[in-house]
Design a protein around this ligand. Structure first.
Ligand SMILES: [Zn+2]
Length: 223
């Protein structure tokens, strides 16, 4: 099972990915984490990525794809994996398909009205010390304004402003639109309503996953 999570900033897809990981044991793989790990470990791919970032650019698609291909064939991905932030465009989607096309797939799009996205992002706080992220519209810290993990005062990120948020959303929709078409055509695209709380969203995701898994084992049994 390959689970691809789409969702605009503020949709909580990172959190949902972690919940899927702990419920079903599929590792959650995000492009950002993977890049950081490879760079920190100083692998050949990590060194190449670091060099590209140093030049001020984004890491090139082919390098991201290469890292991803290595990651999804590790032992812990044998039964399944969850992708967060990948694929980001059609090139990456096709490469993924070419590398691991036999796997049962579901692409879940967590949809959220723009008004709620903006509200949520403006309610986002980060811990400058341990980098945990908290959304005040979804979760309250035990003590107001203080990080639950390390006790540091939470701050609002400088780029969580209305202007920056609107720009990020525009980019998100531009990137995602072609992917929606791509996965629709493969018939693996599903959309859910992300406007409820964390649990309301995960209930919808679990229902989709369980339907997909049941369907899959039926097919296996008929073989
Ligand atoms: Zn903290």
């Amino acid at each position: 099972m390959r689970i691809i999570l789409f969702g605009p900033p503020g949709s909580g897809k990172g959190t949902q990915g972690e919940l899927i990981q702990s419920k079903y044991g599929f590792p959650k793989i995000s492009t950002g984490d993977l890049l950081r790990q490879e760079v920190a470990a100083g692998t050949p791919l990590g060194r190449k990525a670091a060099a590209q970032m140093k030049k001020g650019g984004l890491v090139k698609d082919d390098l991201v794809v290469e890292m991803m291909k290595e990651r999804i064939f590790k032992e812990d991905c044998r039964v399944g994996y969850v992708l967060d932030g990948f694929p980001r465009n059609i090139f990456q989607a096709r490469e993924l398909e070419a590398a691991d096309g036999q796997r049962k797939e579901i692409a879940i799009d967590i949809q959220l009205p723009e008004k709620i996205i903006v509200e949520r992002l403006l309610a986002r706080r980060v811990c400058p010390e341990c980098e945990s992220i908290l959304n005040l519209s979804l979760t309250k810290p035990k003590q107001e304004g203080i990080c639950d993990h390390c006790g540091t005062e939470l701050i609002r990120r400088e780029d969580d402003t209305l202007e920056v948020i609107e720009e990020r959303l525009k980019v998100y929709h531009q990137q995602t639109k072609p992917l929606v078409g791509y996965y629709r055509e493969k018939n693996t695209y599903r959309r859910i309503d992300g406007s409820g709380g964390i649990q309301a969203v995960s209930r919808q995701i679990y229902a989709l996953l369980e339907a997909a898994m049941a369907n899959h084992s039926e097919k296996e049994a008929r073989k």
